[in-house]
Each structure stands twice: as structure tokens, then as C-alpha cells.
Design a protein around this ligand. Structure first.
Ligand SMILES: NC(=O)c1ccc[n+]([C@@H]2O[C@H](COP(=O)([O-])OP(=O)(O)OC[C@H]3O[C@@H](n4cnc5c(N)ncnc54)[C@H](OP(=O)(O)O)[C@@H]3O)[C@@H](O)[C@H]2O)c1
Length: 336
């Protein structure tokens, strides 16, 4: 049997476990050309909140009673497609379920000797590519410039700051606790990290950016963006990656004061990672190498059990995840 989690209802405001339902369905037989795999890791990501809603967006909503979507790392257990063999590890998009079945066109094989397989949904996966494209292609950082990134301890933010360091920039993080800020500086090697929940956040941010801000990688929006805007340098670049502080709000906050963007001739560009798959080969080459060299570090927040995915998803919107949020759906045969 295949345990799967489907969307039961659409959330109003914060999502809750009641919006989901766990089903047991039969695993279909493997037809000619098909690949059956067992999910090992399921990625939980902020975009899933958007898929639960029927508001217009850049991607289709998950229908009621449809399996929740999501990136997965799996092991092939039966293959009638010559390109895959039982035992292969693959990254795909099987969603919140124990088994995936398809022609295999949606799968990429993983070599566990290159990097831990879970990184294929983290630093070497969609969040890593997001950081790479947003920072390098839109942010265009130059040596000695100051790069600031919010949600700095998370899946995307942690990669942004480390690539900024590799490119010779000053990297400043913004995160939601003293513990996260300490990790960002001590473990990830950022030059500074500021807690946006502290009373003196604006002063602390100004002190951490004595030469102003040249690139602001935006992950959160809201009051954090307001504080950053006052420190922008002329010709600053702002890759607009995410606005997580807004995802659960029912009434949008008033528009921020955009005057600093005008005065500083800043470039602000929204982007969606799936439009940039052409950059995946360069990203994988660079980031795999930086990972091997120990210049790119990562932290995972692993929750065990598919049935815990609904409650775990909420951690993202409350800052309770510390690192890339992953559900371990079945044991990792590579021994991690
Ligand atoms: N454009 C794209 O294609 C694309 C692709 C991937 C991700 N994204 C976006 O990138 C951002 C980061 O995603 P991720 O996967 O790396 O998640 P993450 O940073 O690992 O986890 C989300 C973090 O957001 C912070 N947060 C939550 N609510 C907040 C609030 N109200 N105000 C400020 N910070 C808040 C929390 O960190 P603190 O404890 O530090 O507050 C939380 O840990 C999200 O906005 C996501 O939607 C965009």
C-alpha cells in the first residue's frame, strides 16, 4: 500500500494539520517503460503554502483530494525502463507519498559518492539553484561589496551568504534568533548576522553594514525590507526571491515607502527558480565543487515520518526550522 497525504481543505491564514488527510491506496502495477521508487526524503518548502491556495499564482494549485506536491529523493525498487535499475537513487517530484511511479522522464539519477543524497533537495537542489541564480545573475555581486540576505540560516539564505563570501563580498545575514545568528557567523562564515526580532535591529543592521548595502537578497519582506531600504547604496540590486512574512496574511500590509529605491536607482527583480533550469549545469558544477572543498556548508532539520509532514510544514512560517526542512519518509539506505 502507498501512504499519501492529500489536501483536504484550503487554509485561511496559517495552514494547519486539519487541511491535510492521510490515505492508504494500492500501488499500481509497473507498466512497460515505468519506474517505481520508494521515497526516502521529502522536501518541505515555503512555496507549498501557495499551492494550497486557489489564488492565482505562477503555478497551478493542488486540487482538493490531490496528493500534495513536493521534491523527493527516492530509491528505485522496480524498473521496466532501461535507463534505471533497482537500487538507483533519484531526485524527482513525487510529492507527499511513500511511492512514486512514472516513465522516469521526471527523474535525475544521483551518485551518493559525490554528496549525501539529501542534498539533492537542498544545497545541491532547488533551494541551492535559487540562491545561485538570484545572487549571481540578478545580484551581480562584485568583490568587496556588501551582500545582505534575510532568512540567512535557511535553505536558500545559507547558500546565498556563502557564495557571496566565495565571490569576495562582505556577507551579512538577518535571522530570527541569537542562536541562528551565531550559527550563520561561526559555522557558515558570514561576516555578521543581525537578529531582526531584537529591539535594536535597525541600529544593529546599520552597524553590520558600515559601507551600506550593494545587494539585498530578499526572502521575507515586511518590516525587514523597510529596515534594509534605508541602507541601500546607489545602484543597489535586489533579487526578490520570497516574501514569507506575507504568505499567511489574509489582508496585505500597506505598500512600503519605495522612495529609497528611486533615490538610490536600485534594481529590484522578482524571479522564480523554475524559469532558470538552463543554469542547473553550471550551478551543479560550481556548488558540488564548493561542497567537496568544504566551502559550502549546510544544516538539515530532519523530521521522521510522512505523517508528520503537515505539522512540520508549519515550522517554516514560525521560524521553528533550523536549516533545510526535510521529512525522512523511509530509512536512508546510504546509512545517514
Ligand atoms: N523565487 C523562488 O523561485 C524561490 C525558490 C525557493 C525559495 N523561495 C523563497 O525563499 C525564501 C526562503 O525559503 P527557504 O526554503 O530557504 O526557507 P527557510 O529559510 O529554510 O525557512 C523559512 C524561514 O523564513 C523565516 N521566516 C518565517 N516567517 C517569517 C516572518 N514572518 N518574517 C521574517 N522571517 C520569517 C524563518 O527564519 P527566521 O527564524 O530567521 O525568521 C524561517 O526559518 C522563502 O520566501 C521562499 O518562498 C523562492
Amino acid at each position: 500500500m502507498n501512504r499519501q497525504i492529500v489536501l483536504r481543505s484550503r487554509p485561511e491564514g496559517n495552514p494547519s494539520p486539519e487541511n491535510f488527510e492521510l490515505l492508504n491506496v494500492a500501488v499500481p502495477p509497473v507498466a512497460d517503460g515505468a519506474v517505481l521508487r520508494r521515497t526516502i526524503y521529502l522536501s518541505l518548502d515555503p512555496y507549498m503554502r501557495g499551492r494550497m491556495s486557489d489564488a492565482e499564482s505562477y503555478a497551478a494549485s493542488v486540487a482538493i483530494r490531490q496528493v500534495m506536491v513536493g521534491g523527493t529523493v527516492s530509491q528505485v525498487i522496480e524498473s521496466k525502463n532501461p535507463a534505471f535499475a533497482a537500487g538507483d537513487f533519484v531526485v524527482g517530484f513525487d510529492g507527499w507519498q511513500e511511492f512514486g511511479l512514472s516513465s522516469g522522464r521526471d527523474l535525475r539519477k544521483l551518485d551518493p559518492s559525490i554528496a549525501p543524497i539529501s542534498t539533492a533537495i537542498g544545497t545541491l537542489g532547488m533551494p541551492g539553484l535559487t540562491a545561485y541564480v538570484g545572487l549571481l545573475d540578478i545580484g551581480q555581486p562584485k568583490p568587496d561589496e556588501t551582500v545582505v540576505v534575510s532568512a540567512a540560516s535557511g535553505a536558500v539564505g545559507s547558500v546565498v551568504g556563502q557564495i557571496a563570501k566565495i565571490k569576495g563580498c562582505r556577507a551579512v545575514g538577518i535571522a530570527g534568533s541569537a542562536e541562528k545568528c551565531q550559527y550563520v557567523v561561526d559555522d557558515l562564515g558570514f561576516d555578521a548576522c543581525v537578529n531582526y526580532k531584537a529591539e535594536r535591529f535597525r541600529e544593529d543592521l546599520a552597524a553590520a553594514c558600515p559601507s551600506g548595502i550593494d545587494v539585498y537578497f530578499e526572502n521575507v519582506g515586511g518590516a525587514v525590507f523597510g529596515a534594509v531600504m534605508g541602507l541601500l547604496n546607489v545602484n543597489a540590486r535586489i533579487p526578490l526571491c520570497g516574501l514569507i512574512s506575507d504568505y499567511n496574511t489574509m489582508t496585505l500590509p500597506p505598500s512600503p515607502n519605495l522612495r529609497p529605491l528611486l533615490v538610490k536607482r536600485a534594481l529590484l527583480k522578482g524571479f522564480i527558480v523554475t524559469d532558470h533550469n538552463d543554469r542547473a549545469p553550471a550551478f551543479l558544477k560550481d556548488c558540488s565543487q564548493w561542497l567537496r572543498e568544504g566551502r559550502l556548508k549546510y544544516r538539515e532539520d530532519i523530521v521522521d515520518g510522512l505523517e508528520r509532514a503537515p505539522s512540520a510544514l508549519l515550522k517554516l512560517f514560525e521560524g521553528r526550522n533550523f536549516g533545510k526542512l526535510i521529512v525522512r519518509v523511509s530509512p536512508d539506505p546510504t546509512g545517514r
